[in-house]
Ligand binder design. Structure first.
Ligand code: ARG
Length: 556
């Protein structure tokens, strides 16, 4: 609602005076509710800021503006705080978790490609980033009315399966693999790369095997299916824990029978070239060519991605495809986009990249020792959370469930609290603290409000709106009013951190408010105003948490 007032003022002045130089700000605490800096208009109109103030003052007084004043080159605006606050808060209370929901006039479909781990490898902490960022961006789009298709583009095809099969046949056996499938596959994978250092025929062997796999060799196909099945079991457990779901698990192998058509299209459009026996698309000076087929005819990662794009456009009529994948694949997505451009399509493909996960400041990798299995990490986090919770609240029922929500919330918040381009430091102890910028702090803020208000029903008819005149109330009301805009910004920038920072600010504001003001008071008018106020804050914090993929709690 405050946004509407701001917009109205800006638009009105801009249209009357034919300028685009009007900024309506929300100044820092203690100043006015809104302010317009007058310097740039003064410069353009060649008059003093005071004169500008006099010239436009009547036009600023739109609905909900109570009065204005001139101060130090600014036009200060004071709002009708009571009326506005009541409007904003009762709107939130009425809509509950649907506050901020949007309907789109025209249906728009976005394909979200995220998580997409590689089969036969553990689901590492590194894959968590794509999973959580993708999940959050997906939820944000849905809230804003988009139709989304969440696709897990599983890495279930490619030369690495040649390697796996070679390694299994040389150094593996069935009983070890059945006992601890992923660990064993992981061991074989590492072994292959170790052996490769001294045996330079291994690489070629793996390629040959993969080629045969692509040609439907029965034994190899069976092995591959088995590897995939076992890997998926572990992935599904992770997704369950993390409460993440997908609309499709069409991974790379899904495109096996769809690649010929894609290659044929490239051929028809005269884009294919043979280079040293391999089939490529030349992408000009600024990037290396896209390798479409190897000398032996085997296809590549990019070939499958190309087929996937065509499929997604045909099947889902996607207006946009978002790929949530780490920085290291930047070139791949640039090439992909360039190839589709050359094909004459104007597809909107966006690579949503992100930084690394660091442990003690060092990069994690699958091959080195620094690799952590997500499952182990989560289990460890749950234990730590349980300790913290039982010491805080020994009588808590369903401790197990709460510990799980806290642990996973902590991991997710740690991942989403900063801009996604930045590296994430993975330190369980820090992320599980109940103070500071953590998931548990946010969950606890919601729980605190819950414990204050849960026994009371709000009577909107007797709310005493006079309390909202006070700065420490109205500032928070202004914050709450920003939520729809925050969602918009998070979507535009593909940035869950916009939401994570916002709800952190809100929780901090409430906690400092609560340091000065009691919620439960004698006066029924004030009491009901406080209830409405606190509930609205809780609704927005919890909905923000949900959009990050974090569970909110009633007790902890
Ligand atoms: N499986 C790949 C990896 O883990 C990510 C796949 C991303 N999605 C895509 N359509 N290329 O590196």
């Amino acid at each position: 609602m405050i946004e509407i007032v701001k917009q109205e003022i800006r638009k009105k002045i801009e249209s009357i005076y034919d300028t685009d130089q009007v900024i309506v700000e929300e100044p820092k605490r203690g100043f006015a509710d809104l302010a317009i800096p007058l310097f740039s208009l003064a410069k353009i109109w060649k008059m003093s800021p005071q004169k500008v103030y006099e010239k436009i003052s009547e036009d600023v007084k739109v609905d909900h503006v109570s009065h204005i004043e001139f101060m130090n080159g600014f036009l200060n605006i004071y709002l009708e705080r009571k009326k506005l606050s009541l409007g904003i808060l009762s709107n939130i209370f009425e809509k509950q978790e649907h506050y901020g929901d949007q309907l789109l006039e025209q249906e728009e479909t976005v394909v979200m490609d995220y998580s997409s781990p590689n089969i036969a490898k553990s689901f590492g902490v590194g894959h968590l980033r794509s999973t959580m960022i993708g999940n959050s961006i997906n939820l944000i789009h849905k809230k804003l009315g988009y139709k989304t298709v969440a696709v897990n583009h599983l890495g279930d095809w490619g030369t690495q399966f040649g390697k796996m099969i070679v390694a299994y046949q040389k150094w593996g056996n069935e009983s070890d693999l059945v006992k601890a499938p992923i660990q064993e596959m992981q061991r074989l994978y590492v072994k292959f790369h170790d052996e490769e250092k001294t045996d330079d025929t291994l690489e070629q062997q793996a390629r040959d095997v993969f080629k045969k796999l692509e040609d439907n060799d029965e034994t190899y196909t069976k092995l591959w299916e088995w590897f995939k099945e076992e890997s998926l079991k572990e992935f599904m457990e992770m997704y369950d824990l993390l409460n993440v779901s997908f609309d499709s698990f069409a991974g790379e192998s899904f495109y096996n029978d769809k690649m010929d058509a894609a290659v044929k299209l490239l051929e028809e459009k005269n884009l294919l070239k043979v280079d040293d026996g391999a089939t490529i698309v030349d992408l000009g000076e600024d990037m290396p060519p896209a390798l479409i087929k190897r000398t032996d005819g085997a296809t590549l990662y990019i070939t499958r991605d190309l087929a996937a794009i065509l499929y997604r456009h045909q099947t889902y009529h996607a207006q946009k495809i978002l790929y949530v994948v780490g920085n290291e694949q930047q070139l791949h997505f640039k090439q992909l986009k360039k190839v589709t451009d050359l094909m004459g399509y104007n597809f909107d493909l966006e690579h949503i990249n992100f930084g690394l996960v660091l442990i003690d400041g060092k990069k994690m990798s699958t091959r080195g020792g620094k690799f952590k299995r997500l499952e182990d990490v989560i289990k460890q986090a749950i234990e730590l959370a349980k300790d913290a919770i039982t010491s805080k609240n020994p009588n808590l029922k369903n401790q197990e469930e709460v510990a799980k929500a806290v642990a996973i919330g902590a991991i997710i918040y740690n991942d989403l609290k900063n801009e996604r381009h930045l590296d994430v430091d993975f330190n369980l102890e820090n992320m599980l603290k109940f103070e500071g910028q953590t998931g548990p702090y946010l969950q606890y803020s919601g729980v605190r409000i819950e414990s204050m208000v849960k026994d009371y029903d709000i009577d909107l008819s007797i709310v005493d709106e006079n309390v909202f005149e006070q700065d420490h109330y109205f500032e928070i009301v202004m914050l709450l009013a920003q939520f729809p805009n925050i969602l918009h910004r998070a979507k535009e920038q593909y940035a869950p951190s916009v939401i994570s920072k916002y709800i952190m600010g809100l929780a901090q504001a409430f906690n400092s408010f609560y340091g000065k003001e009691r919620i439960i008071v004698e006066d029924q008018g004030v009491f009901n105003a406080n209830l409405l106020f606190a509930r609205s804050i809780q609704i927005v914090i919890n909905e923000g948490l949900r959009l990050l993929g974090i569970k909110s709690l009633k007790e902890m």
